[in-house]
Design a protein. Structure first.
Length: 134
């Protein structure tokens, strides 16, 4: 599976059980990235997306995702197995956070293959980093 996670400058993901931020252009980018596959997420995440044929919604989405399929993770545990690729979207700000992306990329054998900045609708700079399993 390929996981997609949004983090702030300090790898924060959530504060008080809510996402720190969201961006409509980022959602469009995620849909474009996953258009030839399935994009799995839970009900919490699905609320910010319009219906789209690639979106699959389930509370057990991480267990259901197959090889080459995408998982958009906001308020679920980061799996430690079965990950082929990690796409991190980094907000250019620091927000209050009490849940962090604490997955050690290097220790778990991931290598950065690309880094790309783009302008979002609510953030002047969002950085997309893609990591693959070595």
């Amino acid at each position: 599976m390929k996981i997609i996670v949004c983090v702030d400058k300090k790898n924060g993901m959530l504060f008080n059980s809510r996402r720190q931020s969201q961006d409509s252009l980022l959602r469009e980018r995620i849909l474009e990235l996953s258009k030839s596959s399935k994009l799995w997420m839970n009900n919490y995440s699905a609320k910010q997306f319009d219906s789209s044929p690639e979106i699959q919604v389930s509370d057990t989405f991480i267990q259901q995702a197959g090889v080459g399929e995408f998982c958009f993770i906001e308020n679920s545990e980061i799996p430690t197995e079965s990950i082929e690729e990690i796409i991190l979207y980094k907000w250019n700000r620091t927000y209050p956070a009490d849940v962090f992306f604490d997955f050690d990329l290097k220790k778990n054998g991931f290598k950065k293959i690309s880094s790309n900045d783009f302008a979002g609708s609510s953030h002047e700079k969002i950085t997309e980093e893609i990591y693959i399993k070595k």
